[in-house]
Design a protein around this ligand. Structure first.
Ligand code: BTN
Length: 244
């Protein structure tokens, strides 16, 4: 790994905010991670609990002009690390950008665009939080079904070690993405376990129910509803009981 590509902070408000502030001085493909965050942010305006036992990091994409490209690249890199370090864990992508194990969340991602003075997109920051060493009691306090590597596989992964592995795989996946985005898309699609299932998506504009038919090349969900196929850009998916 190039030394300027992996940056370690002890404590920060949020690694996403840090990368947005420092965007111009960070290298393309850099990964900034912190031991803890004082204002960790989740999707849809939620908080992300960030005590010093998990991984919290953000990747800087300067040649990626859509959030899904960044999401796909980072999700696959995170899966690469987990497959290498805990192959016994069955982790999958839950659209749009969570990693799940069984019916519970292991990791979440938050992508944010960075604009220049003329309001043009100059890059994307993709943040990743992975529950590594949270215990059952800490996880129960989260408010939605959550697991950690420790709670599922009874293994401890040191966050610094996870970060080094992630920086390596991220670099590799990013190069593949830049040369062949369609191959990254194909692998990301294969890792999306909920395709074919009956689900409900709750988004900003209310909720939609239907069958998750496929993902479009641009990352949107193709949801088959009673009113036909709808393209959905973002939202929270809940899985029908008995469908997983
Ligand atoms: C979600 O599932 O709601 C997304 C969670 C994203 C959390 C990560 S932790 C590192 C980065 N910094 C943040 O403030 N959020 C992301």
């Amino acid at each position: 790994i190039m030394p300027d590509r992996l940056i370690h902070l002890e404590s920060v408000d949020s690694t996403n905010l840090h990368c947005k502030r420092e965007f111009d001085s960070l290298a393309d493909g850099a990964l900034v991670y912190a031991d803890m965050q004082t204002a960790g942010r989740g999707r849809l305006g939620r908080k992300w609990l960030s005590p010093p036992c998990n991984f919290y990091g953000s990747a800087v994409f300067k040649q990626c002009f859509d959030g899904f490209g960044a999401t796909m690249t980072l999700s696959l890199a995170a899966l690469d690390v987990l497959h290498e370090l805990v192959p016994e864990m069955d982790v999958y992508i839950k659209w749009p950008n969570d990693l799940f194990c069984g019916r519970a969340k292991l990791a979440g991602m938050l992508c944010e665009g960075v604009l220049d003075n003329h309001n043009r997109l100059k890059g994307v920051i993709a943040g990743l939080g992975v529950n590594l060493n949270m215990t059952g009691d800490d996880l129960a306090a989260i408010g939605q079904a959550a697991v950690s590597v420790l709670s599922v596989a009874n293994r401890r992964i040191i966050p610094d070690f996870f970060a080094k592995k992630l920086a390596f795989y991220l670099n590799r996946r990013y190069i593949i993405y830049l040369n062949s985005p369609e191959s990254v898309f194909a692998e990301w699609r294969d890792a999306n376990r909920l395709i074919g299932r009956r689900i409900k998506v709750i988004g900003f504009k209310g909720s939609e129910e239907g069958i998750f038919r496929d993902v479009a090349e641009s990352g949107e969900m193709l949801l088959e509803t009673s009113g036909g196929i709808k393209k959905i850009n973002s939202g929270d998916v809940s899985i029908d009981k008995g469908s997983l």
